[in-house]
Design a protein around this ligand. Structure first.
Ligand code: HSE
Length: 435
């Protein structure tokens, strides 16, 4: 039984997961594939650092060219991360007729359309299961398992770090900074945690998943993105009183031929499955017109789960090599010439329910003033909480029925100018709210 040569660029956390999976599961992989996958070279600029998984010295190199120039290496795994150097490596590999497997969601979100074009031109694969949802086979589900469907909506939790932070803040009362430090220690966070906590990593993943779901090119720059760094623990408590948890959700849906793509902290009912997704777990809820609702759940980050996704791509690519069918399945699920530029809705056109926290003087008439402004804009209140009686200020917290975001923004601008209102109002959108 032969072997297919593989080269790995980037011996970091996920790289270690790939090496360990290839080693531990070699027999199972060979039994599925009919041949072995041989990790011939591993390239990294820093070979001295302590790692949980070792590599024989003769297989290590600091020069990725050693992998690109090796004719025995048919598949290059790009796990170096970042944009410029990773792009150059992937382009060189594709140009040389090598297949590429990557976990680089940032690069794909920015330049995936061009890179897939190059792969197609060269008749090779560019695979990316590990780029969305860590170990969960979301890409495969959207591309193959749900190929019979028109997808109407995908929404879920796509960042392990942000979900870990919100879980620890909600369940254990940790501060944002404490929880972030823990997540970094566990190896979930990106090198720059801003990508995790400001929703950008989630937006990268949503842009990629939406392209596969809706048959559109990747449109990362059109994703409305807000992060969790400004979530106040008090909002976690009030959300709880209304029967909600706060999650960083990625939401994409096709509404009358226009696409909504947004990432923001979101209130979701405590009894919704997504509300129970804790720690570094990710989950995606997909609605298909034939299948109905599908939920995918699993570890969204970490060495072994993400390594599992990379190795599953290796198996797929190796199968296509053995069968002489590289590029058998279009990377974005739809044929390249059938991808449609679907218009993306501005967030001001979105209709959803809202949570507001106002800080106002505790005076008679304040609630009626606020509700008057909301009423004038057609925003209907579903529930209100006003706690305590203070000499100075009091939080007034409410949730609304579904309303148009443009009207909400106009109403809040007016409310925040009222003399009785003491601070800018906190707004958090609600998914699957009262309507
Ligand atoms: N930083 C990412 C996360 C890693 O926390 O989900 C997986 O993409």
């Amino acid at each position: 039984m032969g072997k297919i040569g593989v080269g790995l660029v980037g011996w970091g956390t996920v790289g270690c997961g790939v090496i360990q999976t290839l080693r531990e599961n070699a027999a199972a992989i060979e039994a599925r594939l009919g041949c072995g996958l041989e990790l011939m070279r591993v390239a990294d600029l820093d070979l001295a650092r302590e790692r949980p998984v070792s590599v024989p010295r003769e297989r290590l190199t600091t020069n990725a060219e050693d992998i690109l120039q090796d004719p025995e290496i048919k598949i290059v795994i790009e796990l170096m991360g970042g944009l410029k150097a990773a792009r150059a490596l992937i382009c060189s590999a594709l140009e040389k007729g090598k297949h590429v497997v990557t976990a680089n969601k940032a690069l794909l979100a920015h330049e995936g359309n061009e890179l897939f074009g190059l792969a197609r031109q060269k008749g090779v694969s560019l695979s990316f299961e590990a780029s969305v949802g860590g170990g969960i086979p979301i890409i495969k589900a959207l591309r193959e398992g749900l190929a019979a469907n028109r997808i109407t909506k995908i929404f879920g939790i796509l960042n392990g770090t942000a979900n870990y932070i919100l879980t620890r803040m909600t369940d254990n009362g940790l501060t944002f900074a404490q929880a972030l430090k823990e997540a970094q220690g566990l190896g979930y966070a990106e090198a720059d945690p801003t990508l995790d906590v400001e929703g950008i990593d989630t937006a990268h993943k949503l842009a990629i998943a939406s392209a596969l779901a809706f048959g559109t090119p990747i449109q990362f720059d059109r994703v409305h993105t807000e992060g969790i760094s400004r979530i106040d623990p008090i909002d976690i408590q009030y959300a709880d009183e209304f029967g909600y948890r706060i999650k960083l959700l990625a939401i994409a849906r096709n509404v009358d031929g226009r696409l909504e793509m947004r990432v923001h902290p979101t209130l979701i009912a405590k009894n919704h499955v997504l509300a129970g997704v804790k720690g570094a777990y990710n989950a995606v809820h997909i609605e298909g017109n034939a299948v109905g609702d599908v939920m995918l759940y699993g570890m969204g980050a970490g060495m072994m789960p993400t390594g599992s996704a990379v190795v599953s791509d290796l198996v797929d690519v190796a199968r296509d090599i053995l069968n002489g069918t590289p590029g058998r399945i279009p990377p974005l699920a739809f044929l390249a010439d059938k991808l449609e530029h679907i218009e993306i809705k501005p967030v001001s056109d979105v209709k959803t329910s809202y949570y507001f926290r106002f800080l106002a003087f505790d005076r008679p008439g304040v609630l009626s003033k606020i509700s008057g402004v909301l009423g004038n804009r057609g925003i209907s209140i579903a529930a209100v909480i006003q706690k305590g009686r203070h000499a100075d200020s009091v939080p007034i917290v409410m949730v609304t029925h579904e309303a148009l975001e443009r009207s909400v923004m106009e109403a809040l601008e007016e409310i925040d100018k009222l003399d009785l209102v003491l601070a800018p109002t906190t707004l958090i959108r609600i998914e699957n709210g009262a309507d």
